[in-house]
Ligand binder design. Structure first.
Ligand code: ASP
Length: 601
């Protein structure tokens, strides 16, 4: 070993020992006869002192080193002189009084500071990711990721699970995205599809009798990289046999709670056990199936009151079956001056319009009981109606009430746009709090207007709730799936279901989702065939592991917990991938590239 200790290790009790350290120069200060070097490795920083009088040769070398040089230092650990200890540094009681220094590698001046926690342009970070990963924040994140995965592996092992790797070169395994294709040189004209998840393979492992499978699995989905998606990402994938919905949920709930306590104990868990919300209730109250429950701000239906008011829009909407809902922002009106109130409500209204609404009405409740309710719609409600309304939504003095009324789908979109925005304004988005919940009873299908067919809301292997199976023939849109999503702070962190294990039922799903039986057999014949050889009832789940780790790390973006993520355009900015292959490579694959005209230039 080229070092006897790491740079985070030495303490007062090592005083007098001769040690060798190696790492990067975090900082160098030249004070004439003395040169101070903060030496850094993954474990920490140790101060090295080089004294010209004591070690002239080492001092000469220390004079040449610059930030990010890699050096090796040998010297004696000593207590720092009186008054120079650094309480912020675990090694701050000591320094290494060096007498030998070797430069192992020079370094150019990095394009951004490694030794300061400051915001660096993301494009630059991605271009020089190996330098970005030297920074303490990224090292913390990647080590946390390692700890989380190790904890999960050990925990599942204890529960009798087996980790089994499944192929990357496979066949389409649809999860609602486009496949990445890989041409096969040995089978000209044929392509593998990279799995969007190990879904089929884990079900086949259940047929094979493994009963409790998991995998830290890489998944590939070629989709437009809206928001924070990554074209390749990591799932904790699992599947169990002889289980019901409750069993899978209970096991995963226990695992995530244990994980948080083990690797992120500083986080405040808001709910334990996890609340369960039906899909329909989630939509009505939060406008989304991934509600952020760190804050309430739920929408409350007031159609029965607003429909009796003198406000024509509400009355007509309620008559037409469109709801009127209120979101109550506690105390917000009391915080805002008249001008601020107009500005805030105009901004919220703009959000509502973006989400498809025609407007957003409000009432600002006075802070004093004698005050006036502000807002253009106040006058359309009688005193009794106002009182009834306030009681229904639990309003208190100084609250801001926002009214949303439109087609139900638009109301959902508006609620979903307003809630997080309000929460941010009210300072309710605390990354140290984790609000976990389950969402259940999803519809099996969503109607795809464009293609005139049903789309599975999860995937085509999901079992309908037993009582809803007859609906597949009569009213597929009303059938609910035996699905469960785990949601944390407004993100879906895991999703799964009990599966169909019956060939006839599986075959019934294909035509509903617009697959001809012929095509289905071509793509999924192996599953249908396997279903003829004794299939245990089974179900499973997959966690978005990148998201889970990001939440544990308190990071807003999953790119911060992936060592080498792709950019928003699906590229690797460091290695310049994807790139054009050599013509010969294409020839071997019998592939010709025909670019759209605008890209030919
Ligand atoms: N395969 C599903 C997914 O990737 C999860 C599951 O049903 O287990 O979302």
């Amino acid at each position: 070993m080229m070092k006897t200790h790491n740079c985070g290790e030495l303490r007062l009790e090592h005083s007098g020992q001769r040690v060798t350290l190696a790492g990067w120069v975090n900082r160098r200060r030249d004070q004439g006869g003395l040169i101070f070097i903060d030496l850094r490795d993954r474990w920490g920083i140790t101060q090295v002192v080089v004294d010209k009088e004591n070690a002239p040769a080492a001092h000469e070398i220390a004079d040449q080193v610059r930030n990010e040089f890699v050096i090796q230092v040998t010297g004696v650990v000593r207590q720092r002189p009186e008054g120079t200890a650094n309480a912020d540094l675990p090694t701050g009681q000591i320094d290494v009084y060096a007498d030998e220094i070797a430069i192992l590698s020079n370094a150019k001046t990095p394009p951004f500071y490694i030794n300061r926690e400051e915001t660096v342009d993301e494009a630059l970070r991605m271009r020089y990711r190996y330098l970005d990963l030297r920074r303490p924040r990224m090292q913390r994140n990647l080590v946390l990721r390692h700890r989380a995965i190790k904890f999960i592996r050990d925990w599942l092992d204890q529960k009798g699970f087996v980790e089994i790797e499944t192929p990357i070169l496979f066949k389409t395994t649809p999860e609602g995205a486009r496949d990445f294709l890989v041409p096969s040189r040995l089978n000209p004209g044929k392509f593998y599809a990279l799995p969007q998840s190990p879904q089929q393979l884990k079900q086949l492992l259940m047929v094979a009798g493994y009963e409790r499978y998991f995998q830290i699995a890489r998944c590939f989905r070629d989709e437009d990289l809206r928001g924070q998606r990554q074209p390749e990402f990591t799932q904790l994938d699992m599947e169990l046999s002889f289980v019901e919905r409750e069993d899978v949920m209970a096991l995963n709930e226990a695992l995530i709670l244990a994980l948080i306590k083990a690797v992120a104990s500083e986080k405040e868990l808001l709910f334990e056990p996890l609340p369960r919300i039906r899909y329909q209730d989630a939509m009505e109250q939060y406008g989304t199936d991934r509600p952020d429950l760190r804050y309430d701000l739920r929408a409350i239906d007031v159609s029965h009151i607003a429909g009796k008011s003198g406000f024509r829009v509400f009355v007509e909407n309620v008559e037409a079956g469109k709801p009127v809902k209120v979101i109550r922002a506690p105390g917000y009106a009391a915080e805002l001056s008249g001008t601020q109130l107009r500005k805030v409500t105009a901004e919220l209204e703009a959000l509502a319009r973006e989400a498809g609404a025609k407007g957003l009405a409000y009432m600002a409740l006075p802070a004093e009981p004698e005050g006036e309710v502000k807002g253009p719609i106040g006058k359309f409600f009688s005193v009794e109606q106002k009182l009834e309304l306030f009681e229904n939504v639990g309003a208190e003095a100084g609250d801001l009430l926002l009214f949303i009324s439109d087609e139900r789908e638009i109301v959902y979109a508006v609620i979903d746009a307003i809630r997080p925005n309000l929460a941010e304004r009210l300072g309710l988005l605390d990354p140290n709090k984790l609000a976990l919940c389950w969402v259940i009873d999803f519809p099996m299908f969503y109607w795809d207007e464009e293609n005139q067919r049903w789309d599975p809301s999860q995937h085509m292997f999901t079992m309908p709730l037993p009582e809803d199976i007859p609906l597949l023939d009569t009213d597929p849109g009303a059938a609910r799936g035996s699905q469960y999503d785990m949601v944390c702070n407004g993100h879906e962190v895991a999703g799964g279901s009990i599966r169909i294990h019956d060939r006839a039922l599986q075959e019934k799903i294909f035509p509903l989702i617009g697959q001809t039986m012929e095509h289905a057999k071509e793509q999924f014949g192996h599953i249908l065939e396997a279903f003829e050889y004794g299939v245990p009832p089974h179900g499973g789940i997959a966690w978005g592991l990148d998201r889970v780790v990001a939440l544990l790390a308190g990071e807003p973006n999953i790119r911060e917990v992936i060592a080498f993520p792709k950019t928003q355009r699906g590229t690797d900015a460091m290695a310049q991938a994807p790139s054009a292959p050599e013509p010969q490579q294409l020839e071997e694959l019998f592939i010709q590239v025909v670019l759209p005209e605008e890209e030919q230039a």
